[in-house]
Design a protein around this ligand. Structure first.
Ligand SMILES: Nc1ncnc2c1ncn2[C@@H]1O[C@H](COP(=O)(O)OP(=O)(O)OP(=O)(O)O)[C@@H](O)[C@H]1O
Length: 385
């Protein structure tokens, strides 16, 4: 539905050039919610503004619904009629809503309909229909100043839908909202995606947004897409930075000379007793340093950080065994907990890992057969609650 090919954007200021996009190839499939994440300055806004040609790319192409937008003349505020028409099929939602304070809610939603040349009666009917769709039918005559942030964003979404777009672009639509309102606006985007078959490309710096609504995601760094795929693909990619950030799990080894691995269970592997089989097959003691269950992309996923005695070289075979069982296994580069720490959990990095359970280095299965992986992850979930 949206394809960018070798997309480059170079901003030229008086004294220097800034390459905001450096050859971005992205493919967003019809009907999916696609999240682009990355740190500030990574190029996310430039990407989304190039997709609807609010910014004209320096080179490369943007195709939306089969139409090469870069072949149409103009850009920014000087778009040709063809480009304006194509753009009206791409809705855009902004972080700060961009509503006109002098117009009522209904008047704001009617604005793009005026530009499209609808009659007063048609505009009114359509605007009320859209306000109903976003749950604001009773606010048609209110002014933006009388609305909460979440309600303002709903108006922004209704306005974005006025041209009956197939594609909705969302530029940090929830970053100015509190967590509860964020959840309800994300749910609305998800509902619209399903009800209307709308393709959504959203940019965000919050992994929770990706977790809550995205089918696919891409990670941008310094103007490039460094990882992309469906959430399920990312979670089963060894070494995926996005997967690690989407689903962090903490825990540090008890001492040096141990191998720490992060194991991701998804699909059928969540119910297989893989860890106990590993322990029995290779006669190794396994300590669980941290574990968590979570719903990512609508699917239950388990993640566990385990510690194996010996160096990586000593554990090549057990690690290979875990991979053969269909698990995603990443060797984690974490230093041992400080020696004076009485409980390793105190030294654990739990950054962003609300659901993570850290058991401490002595809380594993040393000396005993490990319980089934399914039980372990289920137990972790229980503790996390
Ligand atoms: N109009 C502009 N003129 C000059 N440089 C710009 C312009 N817009 C963006 N940049 C630069 O391009 C780079 C990418 O910026 P961009 O806003 O696309 O990143 P971002 O990932 O969206 O960041 P943030 O999350 O902070 O909005 C940055 O170095 C930024 O300073």
């Amino acid at each position: 539905m949206i394809t960018t090919t070798d997309l480059t954007k170079v901003y030229r200021t008086r004294d220097r050039e800034i390459t905001a996009l450096d050859g971005v190839n992205l493919h967003v499939r019809e009907g999916e919610v696609f999240g682009v994440v990355g740190q500030s300055g990574a190029g996310k806004s430039s990407l989304i503004r190039c997709v609807n040609l609010l910014e004209r790319p320096t080179s490369g192409t943007v195709t939306v619904d089969g139409q090469d937008l870069t072949a149409l003349a103009g850009g920014g505020n000087r778009a040709s009629t063809d480009l304006r028409r194509a753009r009206s099929r791409i809705g855009m939602v902004f972080q700060h809503f961009n509503l006109l304070s002098s117009r009522t809610v209904q008047g704001n939603v009617e604005l793009p309909l005026e530009i499209l040349g609808l009659t007063g009666r048609e505009r009114s009917r359509k605007a009320l229909e859209l306000l109903d769709l976003v749950g604001l039918a009773d606010k048609a005559r209110s002014y933006p100043a009388q609305l909460s942030g979440g309600q303002k964003q709903r108006v922004g979404i209704a306005r974005a839908l006025a041209g009956e777009p197939k594609v909705l672009l969302s530029d940090e639509a929830t970053s100015a909202l509190d967590p509860e309102t964020t959840r309800s606006v994300l749910q609305l985007l998800r509902d619209l995606n399903r009800q209307l078959g709308l393709t959504v490309l959203l940019i965000t710096h919050e992994m929770d947004v990706v977790k809550a609504v995205c089918d696919s995601a891409a990670l941008m760094k310094e103007g490039r897409v460094v990882e992309s795929g469906t959430v399920a693909e990312l979670l089963s990619t060894q070494g995926s930075e996005l997967a690690r950030e989407l689903f962090p799990v903490g825990g540090r080894p008890s001492s040096e000379g141990r191998t720490v691995v992060d194991v991701t269970f998804h699909g059928e592997t969540t119910t297989e007793p893989v860890i106990s089989q590993l322990s029995r097959t290779y006669n190794v003691d396994i300590s669980i340093l941290g574990a968590a269950m979570d719903t990512v992309g609508g699917k239950q996923v388990g993640r566990m950080r385990i510690e194996l005695p010996g160096s990586f070289e000593d554990n090549v075979v057990p690690i290979g065994y875990l991979r053969e069982q269909g698990l995603t296994v990443d060797v984690a580069d974490v230093a041992a907990a400080p020696e004076d720490a009485t409980d390793a959990t105190e030294a654990v990095d739990t950054t962003g890992a609300e659901d993570t359970v850290d058991k401490g280095a002595d809380g594993g299965t040393d000396g005993e057969a490990a319980p089934a992986a399914g039980q372990q992850t289920a137990r972790a979930e229980e503790v996390a609650k």
